[in-house]
Design a protein. Structure first.
Length: 491
């Protein structure tokens, strides 16, 4: 009797230890940091400049070069509104080694459009220059690196070039890049109200662009175009050792400014109240509706656990999108298409959002259908068979990517690495991702998913917002109406 009891005690203890150990192991593996894809070499020069190199023969005889500056309009001072964007334009107006027409003819030579945001862009938090270089002609690659280096620290900023560029920027400011761009300029200040983002739209202020003194834009360039905020990326048909040599040759000599300014990141306080806006533009081609759920800080996805959380979210969106797609395929559908999911907001923030494109159809009907479906999911969750389908489709799509892993174009890789540099997005590589998906997906339960749904959608009810803010505007609209974009958000 005594023996048995001792044995049971021992057994219980072992079981306890095993369970504990199991928990600890699982915990550790969830906390394990995902290392970057071994096919990409990531390095840092002593001056702080980060570089990425990957050899890839899809397509052959082409190398994608990028110069990424981790600074954008958010870093402008009050007297510089619009000058991050203008600094990007100035890169095409002449540098130490290339007169204006020489840059233009080189870009035409290698078959890329030039200037005015065709192979560069400026956003709130970054400025990115893109050069796809065909390497069939000897000397192209070296010349491409020289252009990149010049952009990084040797743009000339001649007074007369600044004067000519003012007019171009003012024109862009007046006309925008089309209806979408013009509408976003009305939406952003409202969407980001209460944060610096609301007053740092990349297009800036006409007043500043008309009247700033040349030294004010030179100051922006000096402060923010510096190696410890830069990355150079080289992906394509190139020997990695040669790429690294070119990076060292062209970028090791760059210096950070004395008394460098702090590169601040900006927090959005979150929405203080629910609100909606209706934005119109004569050239918009249809209605669309966006419902923005509360914003939160973007969660790190550097670990296995973070990767798993993203998989859960992807399954959630894929099931929801399946339902929305079925609605769009009905006879007499409420919208042309709709989608929902988690997405990056501005840097460091994320939210859940749902979008419906109504086209020239009935906007109120589209709005009603979208919110009804969201309420239904919130209330009842998903079914086991929906989850099963979503898992199968996730596994097979990952398997497809894995099987096509040698066919990925350099441009796809380089875009991923740009995001890795700027936002820390993980780049574990397709082999590792396929293994993770196979390992983690089967263990994701319906309960866990439906809890995620509650977490994302609970407490947000659109009807009140729509009734209070949107319907009055919609009801006043004349027929025929301008086409609109509707945006709601809630705290
Ligand atoms: Zn522009």
């Amino acid at each position: 009797m005594k023996e048995i009891s001792r044995f049971r005690k021992f057994l219980l203890m072992v079981l306890f230890l095993v369970t504990q150990l199991g928990t600890v192991l699982a915990q550790q593996s969830m906390d394990a940091v995902l290392p970057p894809d071994p096919s990409v070499k990531i390095g840092k020069l002593p001056n702080g400049l980060t570089y990425y190199i990957r050899s890839n023969k899809m397509p052959e005889n082409k190398v994608e070069l990028r110069l990424v500056i981790n600074a954008g309009s958010i870093n402008e001072d009050d007297d510089q509104l619009g000058l991050a964007h203008m600094a990007e334009h100035m890169a095409f107006n002449g540098t130490k080694n290339f007169k204006k027409n020489e840059i233009v003819s080189f870009l035409q030579d290698i078959g890329v459009g030039f200037g005015n945001d065709l192979n560069a862009y400026t956003s709130f938090d970054e400025t990115v220059y893109m050069l796809p270089i065909p390497t069939d002609k000897p000397g192209n690659l070296e010349k491409g690196f020289q252009v990149l280096e010049d952009w990084a620290h040797q743009v000339t900023y001649l007074d007369e070039d600044i004067e000519t560029e003012r007019a171009i920027i003012l024109e862009e400011s007046r006309l925008g890049k089309g209806a979408q761009d013009r509408m976003m300029r009305q939406i952003y200040p409202a969407l980001f109200a209460g944060s610096k983002y609301a007053v740092r739209l990349p297009i800036g202020s006409e007043q500043v662009i008309k009247s700033f003194k040349p030294d004010v834009i030179r100051r922006f360039y000096k402060d923010w175009y510096r190696p410890n905020l830069m990355a150079v990326l080289v992906v394509g048909d190139v020997e990695p050792a040669m790429a690294e040599q070119l990076i060292r040759k062209h970028f090791e000599g760059l210096k950070n400014p004395a008394n460098e300014r702090k590169r601040e990141t900006v927090k959005i306080p979150g929405y203080l109240k629910e609100e909606a806006i209706v934005v119109t533009d004569k050239e918009a081609t249809g209605y669309s509706i966006t419902l923005n759920y509360p914003i939160s800080s973007a969660e790190e996805d550097k670990t296995v656990g973070g990767y798993r959380r993203n998989l859960v979210r992807q399954l959630f969106s894929s099931m929801l999108n399946q339902r929305l797609q079925e609605l769009a395929q009905q006879a007499n559908p409420p919208f042309v298409g709709a989608g929902a999911g988690y997405g990056a907001f501005v840097r460091g923030h994320e939210n859940f959002r749902a979008v419906a494109v109504v086209g020239t159809g009935d906007i109120k009907k589209g709005l009603e259908a979208l919110t009804t479906e969201l309420e239904r999911v919130n209330k009842f969750g998903f079914t086991a068979s929906e989850l099963d389908r979503a898992k199968k489709s996730m596994l097979s799509s990952m398997e497809r990517s894995y099987n096509n892993r040698d066919k990925t174009e350099s441009q796809v890789w380089v875009d991923e690495y740009v995001r890795n540099f700027l936002t820390g997005e993980t780049i574990p590589g397709i082999e590792k991702e396929f293994a993770l998906v196979k390992e983690l997906v089967p263990g994701i339960s319906l309960e866990e998913l439906n809890a995620t749904v509650k977490n994302a959608l609970a407490k947000v009810h659109w009807q009140k917002t729509i009734n209070w803010y949107m319907l009055p505007v919609l009801n006043q609209m004349q027929t025929p109406v301008y086409l609109h974009q509707l945006i709601c958000w809630q705290s």
